[in-house]
Write a protein that binds this ligand. Sequence first.
Ligand SMILES: Cc1ncc(COP(=O)(O)O)c(C=O)c1O
Length: 419
Amino acid sequence: MTKTHSPNHALTFQEDTFLSIPPTPTQLGDSTQAVHSGRLENPYHSIAEPLVSTATYTFEDTRAVSDYMRHKLWGEPLERSEYGRYGNPTITAAETRLAALEGAEEAVMFACGMQAISTLLLSLLSAGDHLIITDNLYRKTRQFCTSTLPRYGIECSVVPLNDRLALSAAIRPNTRLLFSESPTNPHNRLLDLEQFVEIAHRHHILTVVDSTFATPFNLRPIEWGVDLVVHSATKYLAGHNDLLAGVVAGKRELLAGLREFQGIVGAISDAYTASLLIRGLKTLGLRVQRHNENAQRIAEYLAAHPAVERVWYPSLPTHPDYAIGLRQYKGFGGVVSFTVKGDGESVARVLDALQIPLLAVSLGGTESLVSQPAVISYYELSRKERQALGIEDNLIRYSVGIEDAEDLIADLEQALRWV
Ligand SMILES: Cc1ncc(COP(=O)(O)O)c(C=O)c1O
């Protein structure tokens, strides 16, 4: 692995320099994979992934160009790239690690979660196709499916989550794809994966699940037969509220077209973001364990509090998907949503009184964040429209971080006096 100078004196590396190590065998534990999968050999012997920040790549001579293009046309695995929009070694390392964590053959990284979702759907669907989404989806995903895709001749139906009859009845001869999310944002509803996949398989329809809230440590949808998994990697996967990224993971044959489409539309991330994401992934197991534990304690505390009306956390027997959670999920993540016995004004007083969580949208980072969905993510809707989506004025979404649970609970105790 030595540095060489090409005839035009540009600094290049010998061909094997950035070979990625073969994917880690799947029998290794999730945390081992989070720390090691996709590590690149590099000329500096550095543990941290080399941050290869480049727009393009040099070839030693014209023979190397034609060899490369021949491999590409035959669809053979490529050990290098020709241009930054088609590939980058640091991004490849992040993708390899993400694929190992999801138990997928391959993963494709994007600039954010919405770019992953929109690029995937545009690459899979054509005018005349129909897709079905479940209700309670992240608002922008729902908007993209119900408002943007119809402009390109793609129809969308919305069905209630886990409603077997409604889902079966919505299927048409041109239905190509079912899209769902689990746990959902913000009510932590859980998709019954067994039922969802069984219906899709019966009708030979592709399934896609947004697993952002779950992370591969709480749920691996591919193990339940789901075809493609998407994440806003901005949240738990990166984990530090310092970057935006998205990922789609699944079978290589399904992702080949997506990769090509990505190169056409330029829906790409960058090496710096990929290297930060890799760093975040190394501690994902530890963080998710802590998020799960902290959120569980806070959910139990809130459920017993006299000023709290209802708590949406799937480990509580009062949650509508408690039984599904017991059967299919390993944990429920860090988001606890709850309504207080008061109105929007009461919520504002509580949020202003809280001392530890920061008032911000987003979730899944080390810092606890709180928001009132009615006045931020759903602000422009009328109260009636918000209520139809279950977004009550007295709803608080609490993304529980990795701080000490005792401190977070003591803080809630003083703030809830303001209800
Ligand atoms: C469940 C879910 N999916 C997708 C997204 C979009 O991700 P991004 O903000 O990275 O585009 C979000 C953002 O909050 C989300 O919560």
